[in-house]
Design a protein around this ligand. Structure first.
Ligand code: PGA
Length: 257
């Protein structure tokens, strides 16, 4: 195990928060606080905030991402956004398969795979989310489920394409609940994801893939979480809406190098 073989990525996931003017203000506040980061800094924002976010982040080290992408190139899919549309806005990343999308909007492992493929084809970097519910954990299915979700999400993704893919292990029971996985639980979950990648692509490839932890990561617990060998940064919800908290998390990941 060698963390130096992969890039730590701290990505904010704003979910359904922030108007365009609030976006500008928050990014202006964040820019100086994360300017000396020694990790990748990403903010995934609502579609309507993308233009403001790209403009505000210009010339800084903050990369902008979207929160979802449709799997078709174009057509009669009212309300959906294609990968090419996103690419042209200037976003670099896109969250795919977040548990809220799976839970409330009918995402399946198959659509997560299709959306990931569409993103990759358009030159976007998907941040693919996997994670078990509390019930699945208590029944002892965490490893099986994480390996299955990971392999399903990566179906038909080549080893070369995998270089532009980030996986986020997000235990559903830890998202937005204030209940964080312990650092050991996070490391174990991320380890299952890495093992699944090793089974599909070989151990050498698996060592290079960035695997984040997500779920109530905050300024107080980030340092311990990212100190774990399998935890290459985080996908941050609530704490990414506060510049000071987010910058502490970025700093924690930067100091891990
Ligand atoms: P949270 O969300 O940090 O608010 O728990 C994480 C996520 O959903 O990505």
């Amino acid at each position: 195990m060698n963390k130096a073989t992969r890039k730590a990525v701290i990505a904010g996931n704003w979910k359904m928060n922030m108007t365009p003017s609030q976006t500008t203000a928050l990014i202006e506040e964040m820019k100086p606080l994360v300017a000396s980061a020694d990790c990748e800094v990403v903010l995934c924002v609502p579609f309507v905030d993308i233009a403001a976010a790209i403009e505000a982040a210009k010339g800084s080290n903050i990369k902008i991402g979207a929160e979802n992408v449709h799997f078709k190139a174009s057509g009669a899919f009212t309300g959906e956004i294609s990968a090419d549309m996103l690419k042209e806005t200037g976003v670099e990343y896109v969250v795919v398969g977040h548990s809220e999308r799976r839970q409330y909007f009918g995402e399946t492992d198959q659509t997560v795979n299709l959306r990931s493929l569409a993103a990759i084809k358009a030159g976007l970097k998907p941040i693919i989310c996997v994670g078990e519910t509390l019930e699945q954990r208590e029944l002892g299915y965490t490893e099986t489920l994480l390996k299955y979700q990971t392999k399903m999400a990566l179906t038909n993704v080549s080893a070369e394409e995998l270089k532009n893919v980030v996986i986020a292990y997000e235990p559903v029971w830890a998202i937005g609940t204030g209940v964080t996985a312990t650092a050991d639980q996070a490391d174990e979950g991320n380890g299952y994801v890495r093992a699944a990648i090793a089974e599909a692509y070989g151990a050498d490839v698996a060592e290079t893939v960035t695997i984040q932890y997500g779920g109530s990561m905050n300024a107080g617990n980030a340092a311990e979480l990212v100190s774990k060998v399998n935890v290459d940064g985080g996908l941050i919800g609530g704490a990414s809406l506060k510049a000071a908290d987010f910058s502490v998390i970025v700093k924690a990941a930067s100091e891990q190098k």
